[in-house]
Design a protein around this ligand. Sequence first.
Ligand SMILES: NC(=O)c1ccc[n+]([C@@H]2O[C@H](COP(=O)([O-])OP(=O)(O)OC[C@H]3O[C@@H](n4cnc5c(N)ncnc54)[C@H](O)[C@@H]3O)[C@@H](O)[C@H]2O)c1
Length: 329
Amino acid sequence: MSNKVRTAVVGLRMGLAHAKAYAAVDNAELTHVVDLDAELAEQVAGELGCAHTTDWESILDEVDAISFATPHHLHHSQALKAIRAGKHVLMEKPLANSEAECQELISAAQEHDVRLMIAYVVRYLPAIRQLKALLDSGEYGTPISIQGWVRAHLEPRPPDSWFSRRATLGGGVLFSHGCHYIDILLYLFGDPTQVAHVGTRNGTEWLEGEGTSHAILRFPNGVIGSLMSSWGIVAPRSPARYQIHTTTGVLQLNNDMWTIEWTTPDGETEVLHSRPEDARPNVQYEVEHFLASIESGQSPETDGVEALRSHRAIWDMYAGDDLNAGGVR
Ligand SMILES: NC(=O)c1ccc[n+]([C@@H]2O[C@H](COP(=O)([O-])OP(=O)(O)OC[C@H]3O[C@@H](n4cnc5c(N)ncnc54)[C@H](O)[C@@H]3O)[C@@H](O)[C@H]2O)c1
């Protein structure tokens, strides 16, 4: 009998990257791809050599683990059903749209002894691991401030789309996309002691929540941070993904998400990390971690409890923001 983890992917837009990753690794078998769009499911199944269906609940007996890359308001009910059926779950971010829903998933995963992981793809990128190691080494001075930028320019979605509405998306760009980068701030510096947020709909009027967001955080070690996230900015690039100013220079992670540069006050720049020859697609790193957690029985690094840390920071920010006050959590 094969030891491969039998996997399925539900939702084949973002989920296509999950399906390709399962198909590429040796310790998984991609048995099914699933989408309500039957044509899309058939096309992806043909490409990757697996079965397809529009009804994920009908294939539960044939899989050990499921990736969900579906609209946010469906995450809670889908994950709960899969967990109760004894399946390991890799859930695209966010884990769910409220604290109570996340808590229910965390308890269910414990009760049914299955692995529950949020697909925080950025967390598993080699450059992020390296950035943390560089900071923790103490060789690059004491960090003072971190700034992050993540931007895209999205085409307007229809007003009745799940993506346009705050209740189904769970917020705006900060909750939906900035959450990856808030997670990294907490990964590097711990839980914030103070947070604040302002957002605007200028340039993204099609979106009910904020389409451009400025978040600021204070960390226990005195470091202060800010993140700008946007789906409405037309400029082709941001200054970098992160810049970390320390007492002796600045560490910068470039927008390619591979290159880390160290610049000293005299202007000398050294490249500390760059894209290796054998780089794998981004989602493959997280999928490898998920499969390793299933094999070892250990909780994945970005399990439900870990997901809640970044979600809570964002909910706390929203609570103090005029545009979102009285919103989610
Ligand atoms: N990590 C990233 O960078 C990243 C990028 C984009 C999206 N995402 C996440 O991926 C998830 C999906 O986002 P998207 O942009 O692909 O959304 P989307 O609306 O473009 O696509 C969702 C897909 O899921 C399918 N679907 C919906 N309900 C289904 C069901 N019950 N059964 C089977 N299929 C179903 C739809 O037909 C559609 O093809 C979200 O959680 C989103 O936040 C992550």
